[in-house]
Design a protein around this ligand. Structure first.
Ligand code: PLP
Length: 397
């Protein structure tokens, strides 16, 4: 079902899949079958060649590598939330793999971002000779059907890039813009409004939202691409599982309220930390002096310096719920997580619970003094108090 643009995000999360309510259960059932009976009516039989374009899709299923009820429901909701036809995958990286399989570029212009995406690019370099260019490469280096892959906000820092500017750069060369919007799910950012050709998400983060689902999503406003992506996925085999998509649907119901609260918590924490770090002449023994003794820098879109108003237009409802800090010394970065009570020391992000990661634990390329923080739904003042205690401890106060 296509819902009109002025229907709110949470309403879409709760009702975009109403069309799939073919049983009376209010909570959608979990379907585990991998195979589905064909119709008893010979005239209703749809041959395989017509499967993807069949009018019956998404309520007719044959084999779960092609489609099945729970992932289809998950995709139906996301199609409404993302303003483009959504296709789900077994992970964020398999979604990127599918995107590059679709576009098969000769060159890809990409920034630092999530290190795993560079792993996928390296696979393509091995298979196709795909050449990696810097994100800010000269536009003349890009040719028709090449790709700019823009992660915004970017992992691990949580700072943002101007989608419209990169869309213009790509399109001026006949290239395509893929936006990895993992750090700013619907409600915070719609990359299609600023010219993205393909939007990608690691759904393992905010879509799942409870640190218990691995999945990825691509969204496109081009019907031909959507059809090709579905056909490709049939052979890539990288479909999302039944259990995951069932959990995913349950999680999408609360996406907007979760993300709004996480975004607000983050803005408050970042603003407090940033002010404390830049407080002039803090009193000896104060929280500010402890923070200034050990903390080097805070990174987040809310404290990012930008030219013009692109950032507030791109993210009008708040910024992403992930930020990063660097400590003055690597040893303090190593120690900070074990001094915290509410922030669990683990990788990943986007769950209801706050996490912190000494980022070098999972990313070999990053500054060893950097910690990435994924802010959850706890009361922000409790999170602040936890951080204050840890910073004071590290500063010997
Ligand atoms: C920005 C970004 N893109 C893609 C991925 C990969 O997603 P997944 O772990 O679901 O494969 C991640 C994972 O952390 C990510 O942060």
């Amino acid at each position: 079902m296509t819902m009109s643009h002025n229907i709110g995000t949470s309403t879409r999360s709760l009702h975009a899949d109403d069309v799939l309510n073919i049983v009376s259960d209010v909570a959608p059932p979990m379907h585990l079958s991998t195979t589905f009976r064909y119709s008893d009516d010979p005239s209703a039989l749809v041959p395989a060649a017509n499967l993807i374009s069949s009018d019956n899709y998404p309520t007719t299923h044959i084999y779960s590598r092609a489609s099945c009820p729970n992932p289809t429901r998950f995709e139906t909701i996301l199609t409404s939330l993302l303003n483009g036809k959504a296709i789900s995958y077994s992970s964020g990286l398999s979604a990127l793999h599918a995107a590059l399989t679709l576009l098969n570029p000769r060159r890809i212009s990409v920034g630092e971002g999530y290190h795993g995406c560079h792993g996928v690019i390296a696979l393509f370099t091995r298979l196709t000779g795909l050449q990696k260019l810097d994100l800010n490469c000269d536009p003349s280096l890009l040719e028709k059907r090449d790709v700019i892959l823009l992660e915004t906000p970017v992992n691990p820092k949580g700072t943002a890039f101007d989608i419209a500017a990169y869309a213009e750069k790509a399109h001026s060369r006949g290239a395509f813009l893929i936006v990895d919007g993992t750090f700013a799910p619907p409600g915070l950012q719609d990359p299609f409004l600023f010219g993205a050709d393909l939007v990608m998400h690691s759904g393992s983060k905010y879509f799942g939202g409870h640190s218990d689902v691995l999945c990825g999503v691509l969204a496109t406003q081009r019907d031909d691409w959507a059809t090709q992506l579905l056909q490709d996925r049939l052979f890539l085999g990288s479909v999302m599982g039944n259990m995951e998509s069932w959990l995913g649907v349950r999680s999408l119901r609360t996406l907007e309220v979760r993300v709004q609260r996480q975004s607000e918590n983050t803005a408050r924490l970042v603003s407090w930390l940033h002010s404390a770090l830049h407080a002039p002449t803090p009193a000896p023994g104060s929280d500010e002096s402890a923070i200034q003794a050990v903390l080097e820098e805070v990174f987040h879109a809310s404290v990012q310096e930008t030219e013009g108003d692109w950032l507030s237009r791109q993210m009008p409802n708040g910024f992403g719920p992930v930020f990063s800090i660097t400590m003055k010394e690597e040893a303090k970065a190593r120690e900070l997580p074990s001094r915290l009570h509410y922030f669990q020391h683990a990788t990943s992000l986007g769950g209801v619970e706050s996490l912190i990661e000494w980022r070098t634990m999972s990313d070999a390329t990053v500054d060893r003094r950097l910690l990435r923080v994924s802010v959850g739904l706890e009361n922000w003042e409790d999170l602040k108090a936890d951080l204050v205690k840890a910073f004071r401890g590290l500063a010997g106060l």
